[in-house]
Design a protein around this ligand. Structure first.
Ligand code: GLY
Length: 369
């Protein structure tokens, strides 16, 4: 087991990364409890695969659990899912000093974390992320929230977990496509801040995707280490934390254009978005053309979507995609903030991007479709 510490003043916590952590969940969680019971919010797929193991892991330390299994999928992360979760927690008589457990992927982590943030003005929670995407990104850093009709993640709170347990063995039960979608967020870390990590991924990611757990643990550890550093320096996203959104402005527009569903998973949109952000950076003369080509070659070698051509079905034209990018949370005073890069591993935030270049890059990418 490896630990990454998130040293936020007064809200510090550990992210524990390793195999077999579900079986030891009770030992990890017990020191945080006022009484030996927890309330678990999960979803039906995860519950079917792993809830018995979690129950046994908690029982091994005399901790009882009660669980709410929600419908899997992004649609659960809305007002109705929040109401259901909060009312259930109240029915379970969860007290201010109790612990909620978020047991699932990003949807459950965001929703259960937000329910914990507003319940009795804030109760503590543990994240047990079950997808690669949640292990490397959404379970760490305290962003919680729900989607509304107006857009994704527009209602929420910063509420840091007390502990994160990233059990690498759980990743073995993911569908290959879901694993690779999560890998989009792993690649993002190399692209945004660590060229040596990108080099390492080029060499090791195929074996990692094929199931090598030691490599999976190292990829999760390095990703979490980078995220912990960024969050510690800029918890509320006044500056550096925005780098974590590399590829997301393009990715969110593509997700919106494809209906937030199976046509394009979030991590797939992020991977294509990183390639587009690199392409724009190259056209602006910020980086050599070799960098976007190298990123796309790596994504292709991993069997991932790397370009608009890889998305099935019709897409809006360039102006339509740009309009969807304008719905992004990162719009400030009507201006889009972009994450651009000077090289692999050297991303930066700017609002100084010529919209005509963005339009041209999108037009060229659509022309290849
Ligand atoms: N997922 C981006 C962030 O946590 O800031």
């Amino acid at each position: 087991m490896q630990k990454v510490h998130v040293p936020l003043e007064g809200r510090q916590y550990d992210v524990c990364i390793g195999g077999g952590l579900l079986a030891q969940a009770g030992a990890y969680i017990a020191p945080f409890l006022n009484r030996p019971r927890v309330a678990v919010i999960t979803e039906e797929r995860v519950a079917g695969l792993h809830l018995d193991a979690l129950r046994a892991g908690l029982a091994a330390n005399g901790i009882s659990m009660t669980a709410l299994s929600l419908t899997p999928g992004e649609a659960t992360k809305g007002w109705a899912g929040l109401t259901q979760s909060v009312e259930w927690l109240l029915e379970q008589k969860v007290e201010r000093g109790d612990m909620v457990v978020a047991f699932g992927g990003g949807v459950i982590g965001d929703l259960a974390g937000f329910a914990a943030a507003v319940l009795r003005r804030g109760v503590r929670f543990v994240q047990i992320p079950t997808t690669l995407l949640a292990q490397v990104d959404s379970s760490v850093g305290g962003k919680t929230g729900i989607n509304t009709q107006q857009g994704k993640n527009l209602v929420g709170a910063f509420h840091q977990p007390s502990l994160v347990l990233a059990d690498i063995d759980i990743l073995g039960t993911l569908e290959p496509r879901d694993f690779l979608a999560g890998y989009g967020e792993v690649v993002k870390y190399g692209c945004l801040g660590d060229a040596a990590f990108f080099d390492w991924l080029e060499v090791n990611a195929p074996a990692m995707a094929a199931g090598d757990t030691a490599l999976r643990q190292e990829a999760v550890r390095r990703s979490v280490e980078m995220k912990a550093g960024i969050v510690t320096r800029d918890e509320k996203e006044h500056g550096e934390r925005a780098l974590l959104n590399l590829g997301h402005t393009f990715g969110h527009a593509l997700e919106a254009a494809t209906g937030y569903g199976a046509r394009l998973l979030h991590g797939e949109g992020v991977a294509i978005g990183c390639a587009l952000a690199f392409e724009v950076s190259a056209r602006l003369g910020l980086m050599s053309q070799e960098s976007p080509s190298r990123l796309r070659a790596h994504l292709a070698a991993m069997g991932m979507k790397k370009d608009l051509t890889d998305i099935e079905g019709a897409l809006p034209d360039a102006d339509g995609l740009i309009a969807l990018m304008g719905q992004d949370k990162k719009v400030q005073a009507g201006q889009l903030h972009f994450i651009m890069a000077r090289a692999i591993g050297e991303a930066f935030v700017t609002n100084d991007v010529d919209p005509l270049v963005v339009r041209q890059v999108l037009q060229d990418a659509l022309a290849r479709c």
